[in-house]
Design a binder for this molecule. Structure first.
Ligand code: KG4
Ligand code: ZN
Length: 344
C-alpha cells in the first residue's frame, strides 16, 4: 500500500511516499525559515501562501524520486491539526481534492502523533509500549504509548514548551529565528560559569515549567550589559544545561514510574545534541533503550505524516474498520488535543 503524506501545519511544506511493504520511498521538504526570519517569527498569512506555491512541485518531485505516478497512490494522509488554520487548509484541501480525483481514501493525522511515531521510521524501531518525550516548539509532554492511538499523558508543561523556551532565550541573547539551533551552536563556545535555576526538578510529578528559566536569563542579560561574546556563550551553555538536565531527569522518572524500559524522543528539541548525550548516558546506566528520529525527521516533515497515516489505514483495514473518509468533505483542527485520539 502506497501512502502519500502531506504536512503543512506551520512553516514547512513536507511531502512523502511511504510504502507499507518497502518503507519510506521518498520525501521532499521546503522550509520557510528564511522567509520568516526577517520578521523574527512565523507570519501565518505568508506561511499559507508559500504552502500553496510549494505543495504541487514537492509532490511531483517526490513521485519522480520514488519512480511512482499519481495512479500508484492507495491513500493520502495529511496533517489536519493542530497548527495554523490557513496553513493547515492548504494541505488539507490539496489532499482531499487529490484523493477525490484519484478515488482513494484519506487519513487525517494529528501532527503530534506524526512526531511521536517518527522514531519508528528508523531501522531497529522501538516496540510498544514505550515512554515518549515530545519536545517541540509548541509542546513538552511525556506520554505512555501502548500502540497507535493509545496515548496516556504522564506530564506536561505548565507554561512554555521546551522549544519555545529555547526560542525566547535565543531572542534575549540576540540570536535570530528559529532560536533553538542557534542557541545550541552558541552554547558549544560556552562553559560552566553562571548558575540558572532548575524549575520543577524535584517536584513529585512529571510536569515541566520553563518560563522562570527564561526570566532568570533576562535578569542575567540585564546585569551583564554590554554583553561580550563569551558571556553570551556562557549563558547559552548554562541554559541548555538546565533544560536538558530537567528533561533527562523527568524522562528517567517516567521510565521508573511506568516500569517501562524504552524511551522515544521526538520533536524539534529532540535534535539537540546535549539532550541526546545526557539521555544516552542516563538510559545506558539504567539498561534502558532510547530511540530518536534521524535529525531531519525531528523537525516537521511529510515522512512522519505518511507513516502515521499508513499505520492507521493498515490497522483500520485489519480491524475491518470501514469508517474511512471517502466523501472528501474536510475541515481543519487548529486546536486538537492528542488525548482525544483513539486507536484505529
Ligand atoms: O517540532 P518542530 O519542528 O515544530 C513544532 O511542531 O513546534 O520544533 C521546532 C522547535 C523550535 O522551537 C526550535 O527552536 C527547536 O524545535 N529546535 C531546537 C533544536 N532544533 C530545533 N531546540 C534546541 N536544539 C536544537 N538543536
Ligand atoms: Zn512539529
Amino acid at each position: 500500500m502506497l501512502i502519500l503524506g502531506v504536512e503543512s501545519s506551520c512553516d514547512e511544506t513536507g511531502i512523502a511516499l511511504y510504502d507499507t511493504e518497502r518503507g519510506l520511498l521518498a520525501h521532499t521538504l521546503h522550509s520557510q525559515v528564511e522567509m520568516h526570519a526577517e520578521y523574527g517569527g512565523v507570519v501565518p498569512e505568508l506561511a499559507s501562501r508559500d504552502h500553496i506555491r510549494r505543495v504541487l512541485p514537492l509532490t511531483a518531485l517526490a513521485l519522480k524520486n520514488a519512480n511512482k505516478t499519481l495512479q500508484d497512490i492507495d491513500g493520502i494522509a495529511y496533517t489536519q491539526g493542530p497548527g495554523l488554520s490557513g496553513a493547515l487548509l492548504v494541505g488539507t484541501s490539496f489532499a482531499e481534492s487529490l484523493a477525490f480525483a484519484l478515488q482513494v481514501p484519506t487519513i487525517n493525522v494529528h501532527h503530534l502523533e506524526g512526531h511521536l511515531l517518527a522514531p519508528l521510521l528508523e531501522d531497529n524501531p522501538p516496540a510498544f509500549p514505550f515512554v515518549a518525550l515530545l519536545v517541540s516548539g509548541g509542546h513538552s509532554q511525556l506520554m505512555r504509548v501502548d500502540g497507535i492511538g493509545k496515548y496516556a499523558l504522564l506530564g506536561d508543561t505548565l507554561d512554555d514548551a521546551a522549544g519555545e523556551a529555547f526560542d525566547k532565550t535565543a531572542k534575549l541573547l540576540g540570536l535570530g529565528y528559529p532560536g533553538g539551533p542557534a542557541l545550541a551552536r552558541l552554547a558549544e563556545q560556552g562553559k560552566a560559569h553562571f548558575t540558572l535555576p532548575r524549575p520543577m526538578l524535584n517536584s513529585k510529578d512529571l510536569n515541566f515549567s520553563f518560563s522562570g528559566l527564561k526570566t532568570a536569563v533576562l535578569t542575567l542579560v540585564n546585569k551583564h550589559q554590554p554583553m561580550d561574546e563569551a558571556t553570551r556563550a556562557d549563558i547559552a551553555w548554562e541554559f541548555q544545561e538546565a533544560v536538558t538536565e530537567i528533561l533527562t531527569l523527568k524522562c528517567m522518572s517516567a521510565l521508573r514510574e511506568t516500569g517501562l524500559d524504552s524511551l522515544v524522543v521526538s520533536g524539534g528539541v529532540g535534535a539537540n545534541s546535549k539532550l541526546r548525550e545526557k539521555l544516552n548516558a542516563a538510559t545506558k546506566r539504567k539498561l534502558c533503550k532510547v530511540s530518536y528520529p534521524r535529525l531531519e525527521f525531528c523537525t516537521d516533515n511529510g515522512a512522519m505524516i505518511a507513516f502515521a497515516g499508513a499505520m492507521r489505514l493498515k490497522a483500520m483495514q485489519e480491524n475491518g474498520n470501514t469508517n474511512i473518509n471517502t466523501k472528501h468533505s474536510f475541515s481543519v483542527r487548529p486546536r486538537w488535543d492528542l488525548a482525544e485520539l483513539q486507536a484505529p
